[in-house]
Design a protein around this ligand. Structure first.
Ligand SMILES: [Zn+2]
Length: 508
């Protein structure tokens, strides 16, 4: 077989068995890697082969972001951007400006603030939102996606009053006199979300395309598309875009726990689909975010109680479906281990999303049950940049990349976009490598952002390295990133990104 494309004269790292070993040439044929080697790779050239001189540029496998909210990120681009607001007045001002662009009666959305980052160190009150929105219903999201504030009109639409009880797995905020203050946490967010008009398929497709542009520009060609709700519409939109030739990344689409019955009755197994759009894991929330994570020492909020979780993991496992469980605290991670063990589902690669507070005994259990830890390496910086958000624990048990690896747990890295507003993997790789307590090697951090995600979606024989036979999903950097100082990694961008050997971002 001859090559369609040869990248010649650069620094090529396949990240395969040879680790960080450097080659100079890479040959691609039929969308896959044909060979990686030295100048002898040129023997695969024919008259039809395109040869690109790398002139010292570096080639790496493209990244796999194993957990990013693709559609949700895109939808935030249509809401008010509340990320830069420094105080409640800033939120009100931004909502007012954004509201001028909306049609009358249209719901208003806004995203990206952090209550702990506001001068008042509290979320806005519904009456403060009302100042900007008047009678228009508005529902804004705190960064992290675990807490929202509804204005008075939105609370009214949902029928939430002083006498409304907390739903299972959720909390409604109240003023001292008992009136709802607009704050809805975890499962309670549903009460308003359920009466809010849903974005249509056109808007969802636009959202996917916005996210795709961002992800590709960061060298990410494979994504685990995380969801919080059961929208079969998203799967439809990915498929439609793929059929129209508009999808230029590979999507492992999570299915909300609400789709478990539908998926299993259709006979959908983990990995159903192809190498472009495939059915991913069933997503379930065990604990909450921030101060609502479930710890063995007590506290936190169960979004899914252990009994329900056991039933769900059993049902999914019996149907051949993988489960991705949101679990941040050690109590939640333990509950997931219990559920997988009780279901006899060892080896199904059930995933723990976040896996942030994980002491040694749980690391050993995860390894024994052959589960995957899908982590956000930037969590390493959380205790410093957002103190008090997570429970105080031994730093060795917090974001324990090294400990998990030593225990033999497979790790996949991810951004959790838009929780991390910029999905650039290099910032996370740097954080994971420079961590003085739980630090890992550069090679292992790179693998967590490439082969790790492929393993999590059962595709490790298809992608994640640039060894011969693997998909030619790769990225090209003007200079070798591994030769430069790590502080430069935070702003690093590939010059070109190829999917199956075809240019999908940048230029060559
Ligand atoms: Zn997430």
């Amino acid at each position: 077989m001859k090559a369609d494309l040869i990248l010649a004269g650069g620094v090529v790292r396949t990240l395969g068995r040879g680790g960080l070993k450097r080659f100079t040439h890479l040959a691609v044929a039929g969308g896959r890697v044909l060979a990686a080697g030295g100048a002898d790779v040129m023997e695969l050239r024919s008259s039809r082969t395109r040869v690109l001189a790398l002139r010292g540029a570096a080639v790496l496998p493209a990244f796999n972001d194993a957990h990013a909210h693709v559609v949700y990120y895109g939808l935030t681009r249509f809401g008010a951007d509340l990320g830069p607001a420094r105080d409640v007045a800033g939120i009100v001002e931004r909502l007012r400006a954004h509201g001028r662009r909306l049609k009358s009666g249209e719901w208003q959305q806004g995203m990206g603030y952090r209550a702990s980052g506001l001068a008042e160190r509290r979320p806005p009150h519904r009456l403060e939102l009302d100042e900007a929105t008047g009678s228009r219903p508005a529902f804004i999201d705190e960064r992290g996606g675990h807490s929202r504030v509804a204005n008075s009109a939105a609370l009214r639409a949902a029928g939430i009053t002083a006498s409304t009880p907390d739903p299972a797995g959720g909390r409604i905020g109240h003023d001292p006199d008992g009136a709802p203050n607009g704050l809805l946490q975890e499962g309670a967010m549903r009460m308003v979300a359920d009466v809010q008009p849903l974005p249509d398929r056109r808007r969802r497709s636009q959202a996917i395309q916005l996210a795709q542009k961002l992800l590709l520009s960061r060298g990410i060609t494979s994504v685990g598309a995380a969801v919080n709700r059961g929208f079969a519409d998203d799967l439809f939109c990915y498929q439609r875009l793929a059929m129209d030739g508009e999808l230029h990344m590979r999507v492992n689409e999570f299915l909300s726990w609400e789709l478990l019955e539908a998926a299993s009755s259709l006979g959908v197994h983990a990995g159903f689909g192809g190498d472009v759009v495939r059915a991913g894991p069933i997503k379930v929330f065990i604990d909450g975010g921030a101060e609502r994570v479930v710890m063995r020492s007590g506290g936190g909020l169960w979004r899914t109680l252990p009994d329900e979780l056991n039933a769900l993991v059993k049902r999914a496992s019996d149907a051949g479906l993988q489960v991705a469980a949101h679990a941040i605290g050690d109590g939640a991670i333990e509950a997931m281990c219990d559920a997988v063990e009780a279901a006899g589902a060892r080896g199904m690669r059930h995933r723990v999303e976040h896996c942030t507070i994980c002491p040694p005994d749980l690391r050993r259990r995860l390894a024994r049950l052959r589960m995957v830890a899908v982590m956000q390496p930037l969590a390493v910086r959380a205790p410093r940049v957002a103190p008090g958000v997570f429970p105080e624990v031994d730093r060795e048990d917090f974001a324990p990349h090294r400990g998990l690896e030593r225990a033999g747990v497979r790790i996949a890295f991810s951004s959790d976009l838009p929780v991390t507003p910029d999905p650039n993997p290099w910032a996370g790789i740097r954080a994971a490598v420079e961590d003085e307590i739980n630090g890992i090697r550069v090679l292992d951090a790179l693998r967590a952002y490439t082969a790790g995600g492929a393993y999590a979606s059962f595709e490790e024989t298809l992608k994640g390295t640039l060894e011969p036979g693997m998909l030619a999903d790769l990225q090209v950097y003007a200079a070798d990133p591994l030769a430069g100082p790590q502080p430069g990694w935070d702003g690093l961008r590939p010059q070109a990104v190829l999917l199956g050997g075809v240019l999908v971002s940048g230029s060559l």
